[in-house]
Design a protein around this ligand. Sequence first.
Ligand code: 1HN
Length: 350
Amino acid sequence: MTAQDSYAAVEALGTAPLWRYYGDVLPAQPKPSAVPYLWSYSALRPYLLRFLKELSLEEAERRVLMLVNPGMAEPPATTTSLYAGLQIIGPGETAQAHRHTANAFRYVIEGEGAYTTVNGERVHMHPGDLLLTPNWHWHDHHHEGAEPMVWLDALDYPLTTHCLDVNFFELYGERSQKSSVPDDMSSRQFIHGQLAPAWEIPHTAASPVGNYPWAETRRAFEAIADDAEGSATEGVLLEYKNPLTGGPVLPTMGCRVSRLRPGFRGVPVRRTSGAVYHVVQGSGVAQVGDHRLEWHDKDVFAVPPWHSFELRNASDSADAYLFSFTNEPVLRALGFFREELPEDTDSGRG
Ligand code: 1HN
C-alpha cells in the first residue's frame, strides 16, 4: 500500500489529514474571501428603473439587486457575514408581509411616501432614515408617493443562513399587516434620548426604535458643528444606539454615520470586522488594502476584514457623509474584535 493509497483510504472513510490543512484551519491572520469592491449607484440606477417598469412586484416579491462581492458569489454576500442590496418600489406597490430569523434594516436613498409596517407599527421613510426590522419581526412595504423609492437593504443572513443554519422564514398569510399602534410611535417615544419611557417596554436583543430619521442625524451633526475633532480614522463618527442598552441597534449589526470635513484624510486602520459603506453625500477615496475605491454620491462599497482602510474626502469645500454598518457586535460579543492602526505596527499597510 503506497502513501497515496493511505490518503485515498482515509478520505473515503470521511477524514482528512490535519497536517495538510494547517494553513486553512489556522492561518496566521484572517484570509477573507471577500474582496474590496465598489457598486456605482449611477451605473445601477437605470437598471433599477428598468426592472421597476418590466417586472411586477407580484413576480419579483422584493425587487432587489443584491450587491454580490466578487469573492463571495455563492452563496451571495456583500462582505463577511453581511449582505446589502438595492431595493426599488414604485408608486402604489406593496411588498407582502413576511418574517425571518435574519435581522434586517433599510437605509433610505431616494424618494418620499413609502412606509414599512413592522409588527403592526407603520414606520414612514425619508431619505437618510434608518429603519430596523429585527429578527422575526413581521414586515411589509407600501409606497403611496408619486416617484420611485429606493433604499439599501441590509441583512445578516450570511451569518444566520450560511454560517449558523438557524434561519426560519414565514409568510404572514395576508399581503399586509393591519396597523395596530399609532404610526411611528417607537421613534417618537425614544427620540429625545435623555428622556425615555420609564414604563415597561419589552426588552429584546434589538433596539425598540423603528426609525432613526435623517432629520435627527442632521441635528446631531449641527449640534457638534466644529467643536469636536472626531475620530482620526472616520471623522465625526456617530453610532446609532439601542436606547435601552446603549449598545448597537441590532445584536449582529452596528450602524454608524460619519461626517468627513472638507479635505479630511483619515489615518489607516484595520479591523477584524467586515463593513459596508454607503455614500450619503459627497465624493472621495477609500484605500482598502491594495484597492483604491473612488466613491461618489449614493455608491456602496465593501471593506473585508483585516484590510487596511483609509478614507479621504476629495472635496476641499464640501462635507461628505458616509453611512456604514459592520458585524462588530458579533465579534465583540465573542471576543474576536481586534483593531489596529497599521502605521503603529511592524507589519505595514496590510
Ligand atoms: C428581505 O426580506 C427584504 O423584506 C429585502 O424587503 C431584501 C434580501 C434577502 C433576504 C430577505 C425585505 C432581502 C430580504
